[in-house]
Design a protein around this ligand. Sequence first.
Ligand code: NDP
Length: 502
Amino acid sequence: MKMAKELEVHHHFIDGVPSPSANNATYDLVDPGTGEVAGKAARGDANDVGRAIAAARRAFQDGRWSELGVVRRARILNAFADAIEAALPRLAEVETRYTGRPIREMRAQLSRLPEWYRYFSAVARSSDDIVTPFEGPYHNYVRRIPIGVVAQVTPWNHPLLILAKKLAPALAAGNCVVVKPSELTPVTTLMLAQIAKDAGVPDGVMNVVTGFGPEAGAALSYSKGIDKLDLTGGTETGRAVAQAAGANLIRCSCELGGKAPMLVLPDADLDATAAGAVFAAFIAAGQTCIAGTRILVQEQMVEPFLQRFLPRVRSLRLGLPQALETQLGPLVAGRQLARTEEYVAIALSEGATVACGGKRPGDPKLAGGFYYEPTVLTGVTNDMRVAQDEIFGPVTCVIAYRDEDHAVAIANGIRYGLGASVWTADAAHGMCVAHRLDCGIVWINDHHRIDPSSVWGGFKASGIGHENGHEAYREYTKIQSVVVNLGKPPDWYGTTDVVRLS
Ligand code: NDP
């Protein structure tokens, strides 16, 4: 193992430059593939958060970004997208090192990042202010303007993709940003801040403070210096930061947990559905908010489905995330592995059966990392904790249903409402089923698909607010109504005529 003193220290990025913590505190970053310490990051506190917010406020107030004009902002954002594209190999390598996601997944995911910056620069350029039919000799226009300084708190499972969903609309709309990435995966966010600067984003417009949720994250969320708070994280974190935003009366968006159902209708092509279910459940080792963790299969179809599904799951190649052939990497941290093991034990105690997996792999090469075999639980009912709680590991449940009403009731019978998929030979019928689902995103004969133009957001305990599409841009603006009197100036008290107020 490398000695701590040889390791690179990744500092905050404040006002355009790397900046150590005011108290010089750092913490270790672990490579989940090996369990070894791979780097160090600055451990931010309220002092560092305060410096970052002050830099963002100065940048916002002097108009170096917000008043640059949408054409010039869009040009810089497009240059930023080009620079991200050029840096993709390095970004994918580092993202893999700290998330443990297989390099083949990371390359595929990150190759799409530039689209977000290009899309939102186009949205900003095509955003129309409106003129209302205000009665009388008045010209009333309603303009969208940036909100100000926004805080973005991000998780570890898709660090750069989730950041892109927040940062691209925020910057396109002219805001200045302070990002607090997950303590586990801050390095690519810091790299991105440097890329933004080099592409022409002015100093102070994008700031990053690294560190722990209860320290840097809480200091940022509770700060009176921010105008909007945008979190992707767990539901309990969402409740905490939404309270802070409520206390400060600022806008708040939260993308939170999920427990996505896959509804396999009786007419579905079982081979294609089995392949789709492996994709839905095991991408990112199941560590996604939309992982297909509840596979709902009509009771007579369970056996034929499992005959097709289980061999595919067993054949997944578990290994070091850097190896090109690896299909399933480790979990991000020891605590996530422990949580996965605990939930499989709970499932067994509740009467479920482990149809495959259910343990750490025996390969000695993987002994140091946080690996867990892809696991399928059968005999699961919707009241079990394993069907109701987010595990965030490579574990999926197969739940039998009687008829379509029962399937829909199971799908909706949970506190979450983020993603779902419907598998059927009849897409028109699939749409009817989709409309009965109480969740924000539904795929038909697919899962996980995302596009910068396609609105994203959860119902119920899965969140408030939206990412992607024009909706996300609107949520990063506030609107101002300007009423221009084109007639005579008012002389309310100088006339005896009866006049209308409106
Ligand atoms: P957490 O909620 O633990 O953390 C998310 C972020 O919030 C991290 O940066 C974390 O810092 C920070 N944080 C933690 N506590 C606080 C606090 N009290 N105040 C302010 N910030 C805080 O989630 P995970 O990182 O574990 O990510 C997994 C969760 O994210 C899952 O529940 C998943 O479903 C959800 N998610 C939702 C998505 C969606 O689109 N709806 C997409 C992806 C994930 P630190 O890392 O230091 O703890």
